[in-house]
Design a protein around this ligand. Structure first.
Ligand code: FAD
Length: 393
């Protein structure tokens, strides 16, 4: 097999990159380790920045999102008996976010790829990257027991945090930065009406809580939990009681509860790998960086990487000048570190870090300071809706 760009991974990064490259007339093949059903079964992100919404339009995969997604103009911070709304639209000169689940984004991109008759190899086993420091990179894999080789010009590693691409980078050429947090998020999806029309982020002495949603009949709630907790430790009843205890009383009183249809625990981590280019291999999305989900940035960062990489690849094929590719890593990392900062800050501000009363008072002072000042609220809003994409030269 031969293609211009071999894409490893059919998560949102790989599918979006593949679709944009296809639109630009750049042939690509996606190799995915799992089945489509498995990929679609992962309940993850749900808040899309305008930049990602625009890219889904460009990729021709936005029709259902336009119909079924919900535009949100603000969210609420709850702390110390107060509720402070961050008016995203007013504070950012009209910017908003779109609530539309990652599962739906993935499904729409899969459908668009199918319609484009572009090749995706699912259940590709033992994927290995070769010779990406030469001008003839190759990817080998096994499909249905048969050894296969995909020759290409470039490799895009879109295979998530546990994928093979980052691990293929030479150890002396990659540097990783990491912070692991001493707690996790227990998430529950339920077929219930969301408790509020906008997201509520709660700082509470019992720990953090988040009220989110996928649509008018599907709610997504989270509570901060111990890293030692197992999903089995949390009956639905225990989860609902804990969530109610961390919300303002009048919100808890109207919380509609019901059986969970998905329940999972996610650890929280900040991680960045530098650089993101190794010869003719590029890292994209979670393969290169992870943020704790508190700022709703993981999926959106994957999208901004795709924006930068698809733009430099387009310029490279239009001009024939390979030097344009060299800016990818620096441009992507500039935006990534700012999102890492915001996600770390929101996490530090809203979670319970042990019983130290000094830390708790500092959090409340920070929340009071930022929400009482227009500059403070604007800083939160600007970061939440997403900082501008870096300009490609
Ligand atoms: P992934 O979605 O991880 O996709 C990588 C793909 O590569 C997968 O399909 C995988 O099967 C495939 N793959 C892996 N290894 C190989 C291999 N060796 N060969 C071939 N294919 C391979 N972000 C938010 O913004 N908000 C949230 O609320 C949020 N919640 C999250 C909850 C959880 C539990 C997790 C894990 C993440 C969450 N995120 C959230 C982050 C967000 O989901 C990710 O940032 C996003 O999925 C990144 O997309 P990606 O395509 O880069 O990676």
């Amino acid at each position: 097999m031969k293609t211009k760009v071999a894409i490893i991974g059919a998560g949102p990064s790989g599918l979006l990159l593949g679709q944009l490259l296809h639109k630009y007339g750049i042939d690509n093949v996606i190799l995915e380790a799992r089945t489509p059903e498995y990929v679609l079964g992962r309940i993850r992100a749900g808040v899309l920045e305008q930049g990602m919404v625009d890219m889904l339009h460009e990729a021709g995969a936005a029709e259902r999102m336009d119909r079924e997604g919900h535009v949100h103009e603000g969210f609420t911070l709850s702390f110390n008996g107060r509720e402070e709304r961050i008016d995203l639209k007013e504070l950012t000169g009209g910017k908003t976010v779109m609530v539309y689940g990652q599962t739906e984004v993935t499904r729409d991109l899969m459908d668009a790829r199918k319609a484009a008759v572009a090749v995706t190899v699912y259940e590709a086993e033992n994927v290995q990257l070769h010779d990406f420091y030469s001008d003839k990179p190759r990817v080998t894999f096994t499909k249905d027991g048969e050894e296969c080789t995909l020759e290409c010009d470039y490799i895009a590693g879109c295979d998530g945090f546990h994928g093979v691409s980052r691990k293929s980078a030479p150890a002396d050429k990659i540097k990783c930065f990491e912070r692991v947090y001493p707690f996790g998020w227990l998430g529950v999806l339920s077929r219930t009406r969301p408790v509020a029309p906008e997201l509520i982020y709660a700082n509470h002495e019992r720990g953090f809580a988040l009220c989110s949603m996928r649509n008018d009949h599907l709610s997504r709630y989270y509570v901060q939990c111990s890293l030692d907790d197992k999903v089995e430790d949390w009956s639905d009843e225990r989860f609902w009681n804990e969530l109610k205890a961390r919300l303002p009383e009048h919100v808890a009183a109207r919380l509609e509860t019901g059986p969970s249809i998905e329940k999972s625990i996610a650890p929280l981590r900040s991680f960045v790998a530098e650089p993101m280019q190794f010869g003719r291999m590029f890292l994209v999305g979670d393969a290169a960086h992870i943020v704790p989900p508190t700022g709703a940035k993981g999926l959106n960062l994957a999208a901004s990487d795709v924006h930068t990489l698809s733009t430099v690849l387009r310029k490279r094929y239009e001009s024939g000048d390979e030097n344009v590719l060299a800016q990818y890593s620096e441009l992507a990392l500039r935006r990534i570190w700012k999102a890492e900062r915001f996600s770390w800050w929101m996490t530090s501000l809203l979670h319970k870090f042990g019983d130290d009363p000094f830390t708790q008072r500092i959090q409340l002072a920070d929340l009071d300071y930022f929400t009482n000042s227009e500059a403070g609220r604007r800083t939160i809003a600007e970061n939440y809706v997403g900082l501008p994409y870096e300009k490609v030269h």
